[in-house]
Design a protein. Structure first.
Length: 128
């Protein structure tokens, strides 16, 4: 149970970090602070947790050539839905550059954080 909670916190933390850093780097990618960031991170993380396995399963079954892009596809869809659910006070993405680079940056940051953070936090949990 503790591992599940730690993994959930890491997943949320990586989403929060990715959205925040992407907001800092791109003009076309904006978040309302602080509430908009937190709400957007929660919604994004929930949508991504639901979409990733579904898109992976559909891609493996119907479009095997797209398997490498599952993360990018689910990130794009999760960002799009997050902009819809959070409205003007949450996440706003405008322009092709904001959508393309925003998707790439959020995907890359969550991938790296999802790989590095468990090494740090789960090792400490196991040691305790």
């Amino acid at each position: 149970m503790i591992r599940f909670l730690i993994r959930t916190a890491i997943f949320f933390g990586s989403a929060l970090l990715a959205l925040w850093v992407t907001d800092l780097l791109l003009e076309d990618f904006t978040l309302g602070y602080p509430q908009g960031l937190i709400v957007a991170a929660v919604i994004y993380a929930l949508i991504q947790a639901i979409l990733s396995p579904l898109i992976f399963k559909m891609t493996a079954k119907n479009a095997n050539a797209l398997m490498g892009g599952v993360g990018l596809i689910s990130t794009f869809i999760a960002l799009w839905l997050t902009t819809i659910f959070t409205g003007d006070e949450g996440l706003n993405i405008s322009g092709t550059t904001g959508w393309l680079l925003g998707t790439l940056l959020v995907w890359l940051i969550t991938a790296i954080a999802g790989w590095v953070l468990p090494l740090i936090f789960l090792k400490k949990a196991v040691d305790n």
